[in-house]
Write a protein of this length. Structure first.
Length: 215
């Protein structure tokens, strides 16, 4: 395993990632500040040539500091980023290929964006750079009232993984033959442990079904 370092604000370098035995590390394709103001939230940048270039530069800088590049994760958004020139899949593809990094594909984020903006989740999945996927996140959310009475799905990590997301995992297993690390994210409202274990079993079964379909 290559040596991996984290640069602290004081300038000292410590072998943090290697010290804790992490297989890898990841970061979101998002921005959290602008003009010196902290947003306090993961916001979707404009999907533009400028943000592709900026992301690639930041990922190269991060890899130099840490010792290896992170997996990058797609995020959920309730608002289509203004001034975008690329759709979500093309934007992500440009970044992961341009920076030569792997994708941490959050399937609930993908599903959320698809249903919120009237797209087919399975078609959006097929448009992603699936050969670059190294890990997968599964989570849940809930519906909220949006403008003009239009409902929006909010990714909150507080609810069970919906069956639609397990179906996407099955399809991913069929389309992406490489090994995948699958993680269920839950930040609160934890159910009994048996329910969580059942979700893990469902995830394993979905991925295995996709592998069988590919074979």
């Amino acid at each position: 395993m290559p040596r991996q370092y984290l640069l602290h604000p004081g300038g000292s370098i410590t072998c943090v990632v290697e010290g804790i035995g992490a297989e890898t590390w990841s970061e979101h394709l998002a921005f959290v500040r602008g003009g010196g103001i902290e947003i306090g939230h993961l916001a979707a940048p404009p999907r533009s040539e400028a943000s592709v270039e900026g992301a690639c530069q930041n990922l190269a800088r991060a890899a130099q500091i840490v010792g290896c590049a992170p997996l990058v994760e797609n995020i959920a958004t309730l608002v289509e980023p203004p001034a975008s020139q690329l759709d979500e899949a093309a934007w992500i593809d440009r970044i992961v290929c341009g920076a030569d990094v792997r994708l941490l594909l959050d399937l609930h984020n993908l599903y959320t964006n698809a249903v919120n903006f009237g797209d087919d989740p399975h078609q959006l999945l097929r448009q992603m750079p699936l050969e670059r996927v190294g890990a997968v996140h599964l989570s849940g959310g809930h519906w909220i009232d949006g403008p003009n009475g239009v409902r929006r799905l909010l990714d909150d990590h507080l609810h069970d993984v919906p069956q639609e997301v397990f179906a996407l995992l099955r399809e991913l297993g069929r389309l992406a033959p490489q090994p995948l690390t699958v993680i269920i994210e839950r930040d609160g409202r934890f159910p009994p442990i048996n329910r969580l274990l059942n979700e893990l079993d469902t995830a394993r079964a979905a991925l295995a079904a996709g592998r069988r379909a590919a074979a």
